[in-house]
Design a protein around this ligand. Structure first.
Ligand code: ADP
Ligand code: MG
Length: 328
């Protein structure tokens, strides 16, 4: 059924029905000119927004509407996770072509609903417009204790640089989709799982000095941290955690697996720096609570030092800040 057969208001009603009731005490959700919520009293308010555009961030030929819905909210949750916060309320502004079907819209909202439920988010408003391409902008609120939020700018000389999980899997999956190869393992690209619980544990530990989520690739994120912290850094290529999947995709498409990890992006793992002597404690803390491994991949250096990577032959080379960049 075409959405235009039921009209904008019925379409919004369907979205609201799919999303169901809010899990929090709210004064007014979807259905009025504004949502009305109680501000977090003792906490700081986090606010983030991310936009996904058909043809730039996803293709309808390689991602299902459910996956698009999931990912559009997941990437915002990852931003809250990287601050050490807890996500709360989301607002979804969405544009569809005029000939969109109701079923397509339903599927997008089912994907958003599932990730919202899993991570404790309530979608309580938005806007719906027609647009030549599918476009989704989500604004997400979150909360964090006053002494708990983690910025990119807090890295200190001597800190270890660490990542959760493994990296490169998302862009390896994208390569598989783009080359239309019949290989499983594209979930990390299509249905990313933000490291929310891990981010909370790390932030609350008090031993993490800087944190960022990996949306543009490890190299870009290291540059962001170093730039904002006023430091240099050294990365050890041999220590970058690659899954067997990344290695095998790299073999098949004849690419360097570390390129996926360093320059690929969209892994939505957390990259953070911590006090040298607290690494093992944090590793155990996160593994025991989340079964997520943490790997040390390098160290923060004085600002007089460059950002370099030791390659597999132990040669030190500059780490380029290339990753996905919309304007190059
Ligand atoms: P207005 O004309 O005041 O902008 P709308 O008709 O756009 O009102 O929206 C009506 C209600 O539905 C509002 O509560 C709005 O937040 C909500 N809403 C509209 N579009 C969406 C959407 N895509 N997802 C979730 N809520 C939406
Ligand atoms: Mg509106």
């Amino acid at each position: 059924m075409l959405a235009k057969e039921i009209g904008e208001f019925n379409l919004i009603k369907r979205m609201s029905d799919i999303l169901g009731n809010s899990s929090r005490q709210i004064i007014k959700g979807i259905g009025d000119d504004c949502a009305v919520i109680n501000p977090p009293s003792e906490l700081l308010q986090l606010v983030t927004t991310d936009m996904l555009v058909e043809g730039v961030h996803f293709e309808l030929s390689t991602a299902t509407p459910y996956q698009i819905g999931w990912k559009s909210l997941a990437v915002n949750i990852s931003d809250i996770a990287s601050m050490g916060g807890e996500p709360t309320y989301a607002f979804v502004s969405i544009g569809f072509p005029r000939n969109v079907t109701v079923e397509f819209v339903d599927e997008i909202y089912l994907g958003m609903r599932d990730v919202a439920r899993e991570y404790g988010v309530d979608i309580i408003g938005g806007d719906t417009v027609s647009s030549p391409q599918v476009i989704i902008n989500i604004a997400l609120l979150g909360e964090v204790e006053k002494d708990c939020y983690i910025l990119r700018s807090g890295a200190k000389q001597g800190d270890l640089i660490c990542v959760t999980g493994d990296v490169g899997g998302s862009s390896a999956g994208l390569e598989i989709l783009q080359k239309k190869l019949n290989i499983n393992g594209t979930e990390k690209h299509l249905l990313p799982r933000p490291r929310l619980k891990e981010g909370r544990l790390l932030a609350k530990s008090g031993y993490v000095n800087a944190m960022i989520d990996i949306s543009d690739g490890v190299s870009s994120e290291i540059h962001h941290i170093c730039e904002q912290s006023g430091t240099g850094a050294k990365i050890y290529m041999k220590d970058i955690p690659l899954s067997a999947y990344v290695q095998s995709v790299a073999n098949i498409v004849n690419k360097n697996p570390y390129d996926f990890a360093l320059f690929g992006g969209e892994d939505y793992e957390l990259l953070f720096t911590c006090q040298y002597d607290k690494f093992q404690y944090l590793q155990e803390l996160v593994y025991n609570n989340c079964h997520t491994p943490i790997t040390c991949i390098g160290q923060i250096l004085d600002k007089s030092e460059l950002i370099t990577i030791d390659d597999l032959d132990h040669r030190s080379i500059p780490l380029l800040a290339k990753g996905y960049n919309h304007f190059v």
